[in-house]
Design a protein around this ligand. Sequence first.
Ligand code: C2E
Ligand code: CA
Ligand code: CA
Length: 602
Amino acid sequence: MVWPVFLLHGTTGLANKTPSIVTIEPTTSGQEVTVEKLLLLVDDEPYILKALQRLFHRSDYKVLTAKCGYQALDIIRDHPVAVLISDYNMPNITGAELLSVAKTLRPDMYTIVLSGNSDQDAVIQSINEGGASKFISKPWDENELHRVVDDAYANWSKQHYALDTPGLLKQASFVDALNTTLKGPYTHDYAIIYMQLADYQNVREVIGTGEERDLLNRILEQRSGESTQEAVMGLMDDGRLCVFLKIPESESHERCIAALLNSLPPSVTYNTHYFRTAFNSGYSVSAPSRRDANQLIKDALTAMHHATASGDSKAIKFKRAMQLKSTEQITLNNQLHQALENNEFSLYYQPKINLADQSLCGAEALLRWSNATLGSVSPDVFIPLAEHSPLINEIGDWVIRHAASQWVEVIPTESTTARVSVNVSPIQLQDPRFISRLVSALSVSGVNPTQLEIELTESTALHDLDSSLPLLRNIRDLGVKISIDDFGTGFSSLNYLSRLPVDIMKIDRSFVLPMHESTSNRQLVKNLINMGQDLGLEVVAEGVENAEQLATLAEFGCDVIQGFYYSRPLPLAEFIEFLSGYTPSQQAVPANAPFDGYRLTG
Ligand code: C2E
Ligand code: CA
Ligand code: CA
């Protein structure tokens, strides 16, 4: 069985902390390394350390060394050491003292004392007191020492791995491994994914208690081997899976997570039962300022509960709104339900600029909510909340009506091709009234349907082609344009995109933002643009903030640009002002123009 569990943390964190004292053996070559078997050697005699190191050099242990008890304790505190071999007679603190403190830090660590016969009585006492697990006298027998360490490690593994599946860690070890990984210099993001079987309740009814683990084991065994992702998996105390995944530079979180989920088999048979193995999963992502393993795991769990509630098989990212205390949720919810009635919503407009001739080719309408008690609340907070109730349909309808009628006000000439786009939640598409309400908004406002565009994010709803195809065709038959928003962040498959009746593809800002960081980031954006254009789509890049990004996108032949570089989203009156001051010819953008969110408002 191929079970790719990968070594996640580099050695630099430790090296940074105590550069001159700790030496770390290079890990096994390549990416595919099992979770580290950490072996710590402690002796004040350099030649003994060397000899011990040589002894374990060729084995798959990761060997750490310390020249005194204090250094050893630092290492033990920061690293999940499995086996410790320590000299007894050392300056500063003795072997016995080291072992007793070490045991409180890592109770499950196996400790071997090396000493001359003269210390034997003291060592035996230490063993009796529970500090040391084993005594080996100097000079040691190499074979014996090796065997003792192997046995100790096998024992340790039993305590740390949840199953026979090598690498599926128990919760405590998983948390440890994540903490260690995030402690070093911050070089990569990690996604922390909490997941449970979508049919969890059914599963529990069918199989006996305690068997869930075996079922999980079966699923993991059948994970397709081609995945080269660096992932560490944990079986949490609640019986669910948690994974942390290294996000390579130039990759999006969403794509990595999708690849992970896709590597799992769609179904398994277990004890003659057939199980669908769809998972509900939620995830959080580390950041230089977000490195607390417990918090990240907690956030992923919160997101997983949301995924379960919405029945979404796509992994859902943790958002701050999910974490609101229940009292805050209730206030927010209550206020939100009155917001329409109290007229607290408004629309802001963010211009979109055609790169070829610098003309203003449209604007995205973005919803704003300003409430007397709560102040102004981000749509990232209240939209997900509204999506949990039928309210999203009412709010969505309000947005379409207002955007359509305001656009007629803003762009009075029928002949213009400039479009206003509105964001439509996948939940709105499931409302049978959607089309009739859209038709009504078009006729009441009098806007030319070709001047309206709806932005749809990729979602499982869209993937169900049987129901989404007729609906999208209906929308398009009205003349309304359809845009796929946040492209690249979901389970984007070109195959599926090519079958959907869409006109525009919006590349998510998470791809545009890191373009300057590497060639591969730029190449990715270039590929996205080419793929979209090959499908005959107009390609919009969003989140363009500076001239460098603009120049690169122009070089790649991107069609339309949206972002702070041209303008932030503006309230209606300011947007109208922006329009009146905007002349394409004057606005040819110098490649080195400084970033200024309001550059073109004057
Ligand atoms: P989105 O559809 O991806 O909208 C673009 C978001 O990017 C907006 O955030 C916009 O202010 C921001 N943005 C624009 N240019 C830049 C830039 O250069 N740099 C950066 N860093 N950000 C930029 P906003 O307005 O906070 O909206 C957040 C999300 O809320 C939207 O993401 C959309 O998913 C949702 N949303 C907003 N209005 C509506 C709505 O009327 N209905 C629905 N269903 N969702 C909405
Ligand atoms: Ca959008
Ligand atoms: Ca977006």
